[in-house]
Design a binder for this molecule. Structure first.
Ligand code: BMA
Length: 325
């Protein structure tokens, strides 16, 4: 291994070796999609979801749009990170303030362990989309906090530790619609209530991300900087195409981009990515890493319909970023 990952060993990380003939930096599971759209009796689709190691196994928060086509997030558990038990009922948040607790919709969750608890951030309906925040210790009771930002915002992704003594989050200011623009920003908070010191991190640059970008999984701390996997969108004559790529951010000042891959890591190419409720979407929201082997398993939503997984090595992704700047 060339590079160090800061974090724990994860011996039971989901893994399948690179299939013969596979040329990409990362590769898909041949068993994709690992979570089918109809896993729940009332699910129209299960995608753009977040998983974390939990008590020797895995837990997660899943975007399950229901057969009313309402967007909800559900808690789930898994022994192996592949086969999931997802609660049939959506998460109901405990919240002291009825103004914040008034639920409209929830989608695209991320989960981040910091210090002693798991923080969940998601796209929360509050007079338009903004970043909802909650924490849980057990994936049963979820305590909702203040929304992090004013509407309109999406893709709120926390860093897994305080940076310079403050909680830190990436986000992507947006609009009420499908947002034909979008750069990634950094904000910090002393208390998970008040967010400020906003910094521009990066905007659109390469062809595959020429319309907008948004942070994906929780950034991974490495000896080379924060590894950020992010989605990028291009507008084709047929609509949006969602791929994902990677960048390295400075460890102490994460709004400074050290390097950014020119080519995507993965783009919609398989049937389950090309066809579904929204065609041509690969949308990563979580990654598991094993600091002993530098293996990474990336979870991504496929065509706004099902959930898929891709594997690789963090070292190869870092080399891809640097060799392809
Ligand atoms: C974005 C979000 C994502 C979705 C994507 C493609 O704006 O709504 O949840 O995957 O569009 O439809």
């Amino acid at each position: 291994m060339k590079y160090q990952i800061k974090g724990s060993a994860l011996r039971n990380i989901p893994w399948e070796d690179r299939p013969e003939g596979e040329k990409g930096v990362i590769w898909r599971s041949p068993h994709n999609p690992i979570i089918p759209r109809d896993l729940l009796p009332t699910s129209n689709s299960i995608f753009n979801s977040a998983v974390v190691p939990y008590e020797g196994a895995y837990a997660g928060v899943f975007r399950c749009d229901n057969t009313n086509r309402e967007m909800r997030i559900h808690s789930g558990r898994s022994k192996d990170g592949i086969h999931w038990d997802i609660d049939e009922k959506p998460i109901t948040f405990q919240c002291d303030d009825p103004e914040i607790g008034l639920f409209q919709y929830a989608y695209d969750p991320r989960v981040c362990f910091i210090e002693d608890r798991y923080y969940v951030t998601w796209c929360n309906g509050y007079h338009g989309p903004t970043i909802g925040v909650a924490y849980t210790h057990d994936f049963k009771t979820f305590h909702q906090l203040e929304n992090a930002f004013l509407p309109y915002n999406r893709n709120g992704v926390m860093f897994p530790r305080k940076i310079n003594g403050k909680f830190a989050m990436l986000s992507r200011p947006s609009d009420t619609g499908h947002t034909p623009f979008g750069d990634i920003f950094y904000s910090e908070s002393p208390d998970m209530v008040y967010w400020g010191k906003h910094r521009h991190v990066m905007g659109r640059r390469h062809a595959w991300e020429s319309t907008k970008i948004g942070a994906g999984p929780v950034p991974i701390e490495t000896s080379e900087g924060w590894l950020l996997i992010y989605h990028g969108v291009l507008t084709s004559c047929n609509g949006y195409v969602y791929s994902f790529g990677a960048a390295l951010l400075d460890l102490d000042e994460p709004w400074k981009v050290l390097a950014r891959g020119k080519a995507y890591l993965l783009s919609p190419q398989k049937q389950y990515e090309l066809m579904g409720d929204v065609p041509n979407v690969t949308f990563p929201c979580a990654a598991l890493v094993d600091s002993d082997t530098n293996r990474i398993a990336i979870y991504y939503g496929a065509a706004d319909t099902s959930t898929a997984i891709a594997y690789g090595y963090v070292d190869d992704i870092i080399d891809h970023i640097r060799n392809n700047c």
